[in-house]
Structure formats: C-alpha cells, structure tokens
Design a protein around this ligand. Structure first.
Ligand code: AMP
Ligand code: GLY
Length: 423
C-alpha cells in the first residue's frame, strides 16, 4: 500500500490523480498544489514546490512512498535529485536527464551524437553569427529559444526580416529571459505530428498509445498556436510499423544514449514526432507526460499506474505487462474568452451530470466558497472514451452542454483527422 504525492496543478495532474485514485494499492493521495479537480481524487496541499526542503519535509511527515512529478520546471530544477538524496522515491527524471527537454541545444546535440533523426540545425549565442548563418541556409527555418519557455519559445518565421527580428528579440532583448541565452536555428519540416510517450526505468521502455494534439486555436488548424486545444488517441495515421520504427530509431536510442553517457532516465519520455516525406523526425523531447495528451492516454490504460511507476523507479519495468483498452479517447479543451492572448477569468462554472465514460479534467480553475471559478486560459479538458473514435467524438460534443461558463470557446473539429484516417 502506498501514500502518493503528485506535483502540479493542470489537466495532466488531474488525469494523473484520477488514475492513481483508482489504484488498489493507494492509501492516501496528495496533490501539490493541485486544483479543484484533483481535490475530488485526494487532498490538495499548499506546498511551494520550488522549496525542495519543504517538499522533503512533507514527504517524511506524511510517509510518502512515491512522488510523481507532472511539470517540467520542478524536473529541470532537480526536485527528483533532492528527493532521491533523502531516500524518497520519485517517478520523474533527474536534473541531468531532464536536460533532454530543458535545453534544446543539449537535446539537438544529443540526437546528433546518437544518430536520432531530427531536422538539420545550428546553435548560437551571438547575434552576428546567427544572422550570418541566415545567409547560408536555403531552406525555411524555425527558431527556438534553447531553455524552457512554457511552449512559447518556438517561432516559425516566414521572411528573412522576421527571422532577423526574432533572433534580435531572443538574443538581445531577452524576450524569453535566460531561456533565450542560446538559440537553435533548424530546418522547418512538414508533415503530421504525433506524440509518442514511453514509460521507462532507464533500461527498457514501454510505449503508451500514440496521440495527436491540436495546437492551433481555430477549426481547420487556423489561428495562433496555443498550449493545445484538444487531443485524441490512438492516432490512426501512426501505424504499428511506424510505432516500431519510432521505438527503434528514436526512443530506444535516446534511453540507451542517456544511459551510455552516465544518465539514467526514469519516468516518461515524450517524443514529439513529425512524419515527413523522408520518414520520422524528432521535433522535441519532453521529460514528462504531455498535456493534453495524458488526458486521452490515461483513460485507455488498463494497468494500475502505481504498478508501472513503481516498476520504473525500481528498475523492473521489463517484468510487468502493461495492458491498454481497445478504445479511443478524445479530449476537448474548453477555453476562456480571449485565450491565448488576454483571457477573461473569474467566471462561475455550472456543471450538469456527465455519463460514466466522460470526465471533465480541470486545468485552469479555482474554488471559492465551495464554488468553481475559471482561473486560466485553458479551463477544462472534457474527455470521453468509447469503443471507437467516432463515438468518443460524439460523447464529448454531446456533453459540452454540461459544462458552462461565460465566454467559453472550443474547437468544433477535434479528432476530425482521425476520422479521415479511419475511412
Ligand atoms: P517544439 O516545442 O520544439 O516541439 O515546437 C513546438 C511546435 O513547433 C511543434 O509541435 C511544431 O508544430 C513546431 N515545430 C517545431 N520544430 C519544427 C520544425 N523543425 N519544423 C516544423 N515545425 C516545427
Ligand atoms: N502537448 C505538448 C506538451 O505537453 O508539451
């Protein structure tokens, strides 16, 4: 039996808490800081997760057997290392291993060292060198701040002027602060994107169901990029052959490569893949569960998540058999008016009754006087799972009426690509 602490406060953490709460091995679940959704699955605790001593003290006091870290910042900050030093078991990579996400320069150089397919690139700290490089490339480019920038550090410029202005703003004006001390300039690729996450103990890997998310604000993949307006799994475009190819050419070499460099990666490794005319290429690695992908992947997981996390931390992943439902899941993000620019918050939320195969994961909400109010841009991930993707889409959209707040906006075409793929 286990006491578990989940770190984080978004839709991903509500999905994690919801899944962990179903475990027959759970004694008590805490989420720090959590949200009104996680408070339905366990107890929320107000901990400053950047204060590692406080987290360690809490874990000792409450006899926490396992910590699960959701977001990238505590990982990049070395929370896993602080917990491990104090003999507290943690599902999530060390600071050194989390560099695969926290530093795009590290990540690109690592991929080059281990022959993992990725776009051609160069890295710069000096503006003059970056600008003169632009004169030498004869293909469209993407500019990325190397450090963590909450998903905003990737710019796809359309003209030379835009590229120059972007480089100046990152390297000189420091738009992304320290995250922009170094930049990656890489070739712009085209194709469909797939999110493939694997559980790993640092030696073996176990893939989750591949997912696709919808990053643009508006229907038909138009409008500005967002943190994600919805997701679905499985992704029919990602065939069994492509999955095996990705495991052999990307995920296994990444885990083996890190280990060969003296860094064991324990937790979830997420590969953001693009399916180009010339094959699979890696856009990014994340050192954690994806959001919103986790909201569609965990409802499809049959096996107890605590059994998997435990096996990863103990280095026994190969001994467990992970089972998945033969279903499909769809997550529709319900966002505030004005998202992703200037959002309107503090709106009261009214809930109706949801069927058993639909859950409303909280992301940007808060509780005041026992009532739920909106507190962020992406407020909920309304998620349904069913025998097939068509039914899951129907179940999500027919239940939108059961969650309402002033100014609510959402896309009307989440998972439409999967339908096209299955026809
Ligand atoms: P990243 O955080 O590196 O995954 O980038 C965020 C998003 O920017 C990706 O999901 C892609 O949609 C886009 N992107 C990143 N790198 C490239 C690339 N080399 N070519 C085309 N699009 C890219
Ligand atoms: N859905 C993309 C991410 O979690 O970074």
């Amino acid at each position: 039996m286990m006491n578990v602490l989940i770190i984080g406060s978004g839709g991903r953490e509500h999905a994690l808490a919801w899944k962990v709460a179903q475990s027959s091995r759970l004694t008590k679940l805490y989420t720090a800081p959590g949200n009104p959704g996680t408070s339905l699955c366990g107890e929320n605790v107000l901990l400053d997760v950047s204060n590692h001593d406080d987290v360690v003290r809490f874990c000792k006091e409450k006899q926490i057997d396992l910590v699960i870290i959701g977001p990238e910042i505590p990982l990049a900050d070395g929370l896993t290392d602080s917990l491990s030093t104090n003999s507290i078991r943690c599902f999530g990579p060390s600071q050194a291993a989390a560099q695969i996400e926290a530093s795009k320069v590290f990540s690109k150089n690592f991929m080059a060292r281990h022959h993992i397919p990725t776009a051609r690139y160069a890295t710069f700290t000096r503006l003059d060198e970056a600008l003169s490089y632009l004169d030498h490339v004869d293909y469209p480019i993407v500019i990325k701040a190397s450090g963590l920038a909450a998903g905003k550090g990737v710019i796809l410029p359309d003209t030379l002027e835009e590229s120059e202005a972007t480089l100046k703003s990152i390297l000189i004006e420091k738009t992304f602060g320290d995250a922009g001390e170094e930049v990656v300039i890489e070739e712009r690729l085209s194709g469909q994107e797939v999110s493939l996450m694997v559980f790993t103990d640092g030696k073996s890997i176990a893939p989750m169901i591949p997912a696709q998310d919808h990053k643009r604000l508006l229907d038909g993949d138009r409008g500005p990029n967002t943190g994600g307006m919805g997701a679905y799994a499985p992704a029919p475009i990602f065939t069994k052959d492509l999955l095996n190819e990705a495991l052999d050419s990307v995920l296994k070499p990444a885990i083996d490569g890190l280990r060969s460099e003296g860094t064991l990666f324990v937790g979830v490794l997420y590969a953001g893949l693009i399916l180009t005319e010339n094959g699979i290429s890696v856009l990014e690695f994340n050192a954690r569960f994806g959001d919103p992908e986790t909201q569609v992947v965990l409802p499809l997981l049959e096996t107890d998540l605590l059994d998997i996390a435990d096996a990863c931390v103990d280095g026994n992943l190969k001994d467990i058999n992970i089972l998945w439902k033969n279903d499909a899941a769809v997550c529709l993000v319900l966002a505030s008016k004005g998202y992703p620019e200037k959002v309107e918050i503090d709106k009261p939320v009214v809930f109706g009754e949801l069927p058993e195969n639909v859950i409303c994961f909280h992301a940007g909400t808060k509780m005041e006087n026992e009532k739920v109010f909106t507190s962020g841009g992406r407020v909920f991930g309304l998620t349904a799972w069913a025998n097939d993707i068509e039914s899951a889409i129907d179940d999500v959209y027919s239940n939108v009426k059961n969650v309402s707040f002033d100014g609510m906006q959402y896309r009307k075409d989440i998972a439409y690509r999967a339908l096209e793929g299955s026809k």
